[in-house]
Design a binder for this molecule. Sequence first.
Ligand code: FES
Length: 91
Amino acid sequence: MTIILVSISMQNIAIIYGIDAMYVCLCKGVTDKQIRNAINEGACSMRDLRDTLDVANQCGKCGRDCKSLLNESSLAGAASGSMNTSQFVAA
Ligand code: FES
């Protein structure tokens, strides 16, 4: 028996299915697009996302995906050299 593990990011899933935005926080109805916009406007930690969009404040199941979006943004910024990665702190 062979098990193949595949890691697909939320962004790749959206691209595969041609989806413009996906809900990340079902409790508050917040999409990945809204989270990315908040990050682009300066949110750099889970605390910032909680304060800005009220994500991860109810059941908390979206917290991991929110952190992934923060990390994606951090890595993309580091690759392009446009952001200071030391400012990204998971709170
Ligand atoms: S899915 Fe975000 S708090 Fe429940």
